[in-house]
Design a protein around this ligand. Structure first.
Ligand SMILES: [Zn+2]
Ligand SMILES: [Zn+2]
Length: 406
């Protein structure tokens, strides 16, 4: 008899039963990226799916648990490997459930596919343990276990750290170079003001899953196992979920944050703002905020790392005879020496006229000037005469080498 409670973990992850641990890990990661609650906010179906794949991964990625699952068709901490092996020997496979007599297990009141009221050994007439306890499927019971990644129910689990946040922030050209303040409007999760991130509120109540007994009965094939109630962690009592955050411990809030931009900050640079990410729950640490700076442009200067690039026009006379010319830099005017015989398009370096490095104190970039020789219109006869004279004195043919290559 096949039990409806058994789950197909391999199918959930979309892998074969023979999958290697590497294949399991890859399949889980792929699905986790798709269904992670952070990627699908307020999507209950994605959340369910994420729980399912997490549960499947939790069992299949652990060799010991996987073996028991393969043998019995489900996993519980209450099953020891020897029991599972014995069960497997007498059955055709997981979940196929050929009826078998199993010494040492309690088959009383066994009904195929039915669920059973919890009963604690040695305790008769358990309060609230009347035979009407109708639990949901195996899935419902166990989903609670895996959400917290442990045996404790959500209300009793340990601290869960908050996630990190990442935002891009545009910063204008000059602020990035000289430093200054920047502002960012963001949404982050904060500790719930009602329960202060403690998830639950008010006094603990009797657990509805086990009716306060702390024990539930689990079916596996024809076997019955008594296990600690996964909802209340075996305590029989459970705290009420906070009405403000519905047990999430967190509320979403928009906030405006001002932060410091260091002088020399480059485009794409990441700034870490510790403790400005999402809040944790149950006393878990708050995540960090990462700001990626996007620096603005300038009509004249082009910034490349710590260097500044600039194109400067010069006259024929300055290019041929050499000159000292004033050029703009990010700190105002500075003198640039043009060597005699400078060609149009030549690059001249002005050392340490660039941006102060934000990474290496005291280090500074250069300004790189591309000179562009500008040919002036000759509007008077005297100038034209001089130019003709000049041509006569300098009658080299700059094209001669072109013909050498014909
Ligand atoms: Zn709350
Ligand atoms: Zn319980």
């Amino acid at each position: 008899m096949s039990t409806t409670q058994n789950k197909d973990y391999y199918g959930t992850l979309g892998i074969k039963q023979t999958a290697s641990s590497d294949e399991i890990r890859k399949a889980f990661r792929k699905l986790a990226r798709k269904y992670h609650p952070d990627v699908n906010p307020n999507d209950k179906r994605a959340e369910e799916k994420f729980k399912e794949i997490s549960e499947a991964n939790d069992v299949l990625s652990d060799d010991k648990k996987r073996k028991i699952y393969d043998q019995v068709g489900f996993y519980s901490d209450q099953i020891d490997p020897a029991t599972a092996a014995a069960y497997a020997r007498q059955n055709s496979g997981p979940g196929r459930g050929v009826p078998v007599d199993f010494g040492g297990f309690d088959f009383s009141g066994f009904q195929p596919g039915a669920t059973h009221p919890p009963r604690q050994p040695g305790q008769n007439g358990q309060p609230g343990g009347a035979g009407s306890a109708s639990w949901g499927s195996f899935r419902d019971i166990f989903s609670g276990i895996f959400t917290g990644g442990g045996d404790a129910p959500r209300s009793q689990q340990g601290p869960v750290p908050g996630t990190d946040l990442e935002y891009q922030v545009p910063v204008d050209f000059w602020t990035a170079i000289r430093g200054g303040n920047a502002r960012l409007d963001l949404h982050r999760q904060e500790a719930c003001p009602t329960c202060h991130g403690q998830v639950s509120s008010g006094a603990p109540m009797q657990c509805s899953e086990c009716n306060g007994s702390g024990q539930v009965t689990q079916m596996g094939g024809r076997m019955k196992f008594n296990i600690p109630c996964p909802r209340c962690g075996g305590t029989g009592r459970i705290s009420t979920a906070c009405p403000t955050c519905h047990g999430e411990g967190l509320v979403s809030r928009s906030e405006s944050i001002e932060f410091r931009i260091k002088a020399g900050t480059r485009d794409g640079q990441r700034i870490r703002l510790q403790g400005k990410g999402n809040a944790g729950t149950n006393g878990g640490a708050t995540g960090d905020l990462y700001v990626i700076v996007r620096t603005g442009t300038h009509p004249l200067f082009q910034r490349m790392g710590d260097d500044i690039h600039l194109t400067v026009p010069i006259t024929v006379a300055e290019a041929t005879l050499g000159a000292k010319v004033d050029v703009p830099t990010i700190e105002g005017r500075a003198q640039l020496r043009i060597p005699p015989g400078t060609q149009s398009g030549q690059k001249l370096r002005m050392r340490e006229r660039g941006v102060d490095s934000s990474q290496v104190p005291g280090q500074r970039g250069d300004q790189i000037v591309t000179v562009e020789v500008v040919i002036s219109q000759l509007n008077d006869e005297r100038s034209r005469e001089i130019m003709r004279e000049f041509a006569k004195l300098n009658n080299q043919d700059p094209r001669v080498t072109l013909f050498d290559k014909l």
